[in-house]
Design a protein around this ligand. Structure first.
Ligand code: ZN
Length: 372
């Protein structure tokens, strides 16, 4: 649909009528809206006829001020006026294919200058039809919960709604602002109370603050490629890296209960993190248990030792026969039966005491080495 709108600043002069006719021939608009026509009554009707229109909606000018004309030629165009005001005409348009539009023709950004009273009908009730065209239903519910303005209720005053006495206080402003952050606080508390390694807590917190350097974020800063290097057609967002990427998803699908899979993949990021921390979503711990068993294997321990040696420090390795330091040998063997993690032994185990006592008494344990 083609609409021509012109702030004409006086429609009655012959030259204006001629210019408008020329524009009509060139642009062929379906609807022409003229504002600030500055003429009204019979004079206005004559001008409209001279312009060649056979349909018109007119919000009359007050003397020589304002005036809005909605003009069209096509008989198939049906226009219903929803509400009018000296500064705007609000209408519903339907064409011959039964498509509808809502249109507001206005002067001087009238909505900005509108008063609450303009949304009230003559009978004192809210003009709901008018409000529904402008604002969403949830806001209308809030508006209708208030009384429409009435002169008998006194003059309008500016008030601060968070305070009970409607006067502004810093405390109430602080309270309102902290409530706004409540969701984030909840996430923070969940991460803080989560029983797991500190570095993973930090990682989760950075993720919720969107501080992880994903390709998408890097692109915003440095203009690099925003896509994931594993699945090149997808931008590497936070959720992609942690959940949706084919590699991450392969692991999640082994861990998350099938009944939770749909919700798991649909949740937005923050909800997803909170959900992970509060709901029991795991299918079984089997894959990780196997890993733990493997971690106890001497081969894994030797690999860990060699990795530790390669760190940036000086390490001196000395070889001594197990009989040369029987206590260390005993502790090493004992550790194979203990669960994974750091163990602090604060009382001497009986097995170790005997070895130390023997040592103190000077018991020698020669080792027979057979040389071939
Ligand atoms: Zn990916």
């Amino acid at each position: 649909m083609k609409i021509m709108m012109w702030n004409i600043r006086g429609a009655a002069s012959k030259s204006t009528i001629r210019t408008l006719k020329e524009l009509q021939n060139q642009k062929k608009p379906d609807l022409t809206i003229l504002v600030e026509t500055k003429c009204s009554g019979n004079k206005g009707r004559e001008v409209i006829k001279a312009m060649g229109f056979n349909h018109a909606i007119v919000e009359e000018a007050v003397g020589f001020v304002g005036g809005i004309w909605i003009l069209w030629k096509n008989d198939d165009l049906k226009i219903k006026v929803m509400s009018t005001h000296k500064q705007f005409v609000h209408m519903k348009i339907e064409n011959n294919q039964r498509r509808t539009w809502s249109l507001m023709a206005e002067i001087n950004a009238s909505l900005l200058n509108m008063k609450v009273a303009d949304a009230v009908l003559e009978n004192g009730e809210w003009n709901l039809e008018f409000l529904r065209e402008l604002i969403p239903e949830d806001k209308i519910l809030k508006i209708t919960a208030c009384h429409p303005p009435k002169e008998s209720l006194g003059e309008d005053k500016i008030m601060w709604s968070p305070s009970e006495d409607r006067n502004f206080t810093v405390a109430s402003a602080y309270k309102t602002l902290s409530q706004a952050n409540e969701n984030q606080d909840q996430t923070w508390n969940l991460i803080w109370k989560w029983k797991g390694p500190q570095r993973i807590k930090c990682f989760m917190w950075l993720a919720t603050q969107n501080k992880l350097m994903t390709s998408e974020r890097r692109q915003k800063i440095f203009g690099a490629n925003p896509n994931c290097h594993r699945c090149p057609n997808n931008p590497e967002t936070l959720l992609h890296t942690l959940r949706d990427c084919t590699e991450a998803s392969r692991i999640w699908r082994q861990l998350v209960k099938p009944s939770h899979i749909t919700t798991f993949y649909r949740a937005p990021f923050e909800t997803w993190i909170r959900w992970n921390l509060t709901v029991e979503i795991g299918a079984n711990a089997q894959p990780w248990l196997k890993r733990e068993e493997r971690d106890n294997h001497p081969e894994t321990i030797i690999r860990s030792i060699s990795q530790l040696i390669q760190r940036d420090w000086n390490v001196k390795l000395c070889h001594t026969y197990r009989e040369g330091n029987k206590s260390a040998d005993w502790l090493a063997k004992e550790s194979l039966q203990a669960c994974l993690g750091f163990h602090f032994i604060d009382t001497m185990p009986t097995g170790l005491r005997n070895i130390i006592d023997d040592d103190a008494r000077g018991v020698s344990l020669p080792r027979f080495i057979i040389d071939f």
